[in-house]
Design a protein around this ligand. Structure first.
Ligand code: IPE
Ligand code: IPE
Ligand code: MG
Length: 253
């Protein structure tokens, strides 16, 4: 839900930025290099953008690293992405911790090897008290999966009598989504030129401002992010109200 204090303000920084990091493969192909090189270059961008957000007023950065549909890619690419995920996590976790970054994963972990699942839990526990930025990595994530797992948990609670079907409302569903406790994204960014949501945070993007850029993810840098934030700050978020209502409210704030 929109944060009430933010609802009518303009010219404020986004608290939560969610990014579909797209275009790694095309970045490599343009250079006549294998797609793997593009994915490695993409990891470097992840580091830079995370560091920038940790130093800025952004509170939450959610990055789409692997979708529930990405299993459809050739086995060799899926294996490479998993290996890159594991090695990056192992290499970067101490630095993230030193930089006061809290790490959280969303997505269906059950498909991952036990060793990776263990590492994910360990790194979440290690960084849980950090406050500079919450970095949410969406792996094996799908918006449909997120809603299904939330509905299953609610159904189980109804079956045991812990909940009644009358208790179902938007807030209850939000509390059972994988993003529970986080504000909804204010700004959605997709790199790589496609203009679609690709089963990302379907529920949570209800009132998010959308920003699409043709810049390929490995080329996305601090300036590109600042351009996106600038575009965001120039928008009027109305949440169903009229433009006039928003302006009146702003004057009275
Ligand atoms: C995004 O880049 C990374 C993942 C989906 C893991 P792509 O690999 O989709 O790059 P393009 O779209 O083929 O260029
Ligand atoms: C979306 O990118 C998923 C991630 C960035 C992890 P894709 O490149 O897989 O998206 P589609 O399939 O082209 O929409
Ligand atoms: Mg793609």
């Amino acid at each position: 839900m929109p944060n009430k204090s933010q609802e009518f303000q303009s010219d404020i920084n986004p608290r939560h930025i969610a990014i579909i990091m797209d275009g790694n493969g095309r970045w490599a192909q343009k250079r006549f290099m294998p797609r793997a090189i593009g994915h490695r270059a993409g990891v470097k961008t992840v580091k830079k953008i995370t560091e920038y957000c940790a130093k800025s007023s952004v509170e939450v950065l959610t990055l789409f690293a692997f979708s529930s549909e990405n299993w459809r890619r050739p086995e060799s690419e899926v294996k490479l992405l998993m290996a890159l995920f594991m090695s990056s996590l192992q290499r970067e976790i101490d630095k993230l911790h030193t930089n006061n970054i809290r790490l959280r994963f969303i997505g269906d972990r059950s498909a991952f090897p036990e060793s990776l699942q263990k590492k994910m839990i360990e790194s979440e526990i290690q960084t849980q008290a950090n406050t500079a930025l919450t970095l949410v990595i969406a792996v094996n994530y799908g918006g449909h999966w997120d809603m299904c797992q939330a509905f299953k948990k609610i159904a189980e609670n109804i079956a045991t009598g812990a909940l009644d079907k009358q208790d179902i409302n938007e807030q209850l569903i939000e509390q059972h989504l994988s993003t529970a406790g986080l504000p909804d994204p204010d700004l959605f960014i997709r790199t790589g030129g496609e203009q679609r949501v690709s089963n990302f945070l379907l529920w949570q993007l209800a009132y998010t401002e959308m920003y699409f850029t043709t810049t390929l993810w490995p080329d996305f840098d601090q300036n590109s992010l600042e351009d996106a934030i600038k575009s965001f700050k120039g928008r009027q978020r109305r949440f169903g109200h009229t433009s006039e209502q928003v302006l009146n409210k702003l004057v009275s704030l």
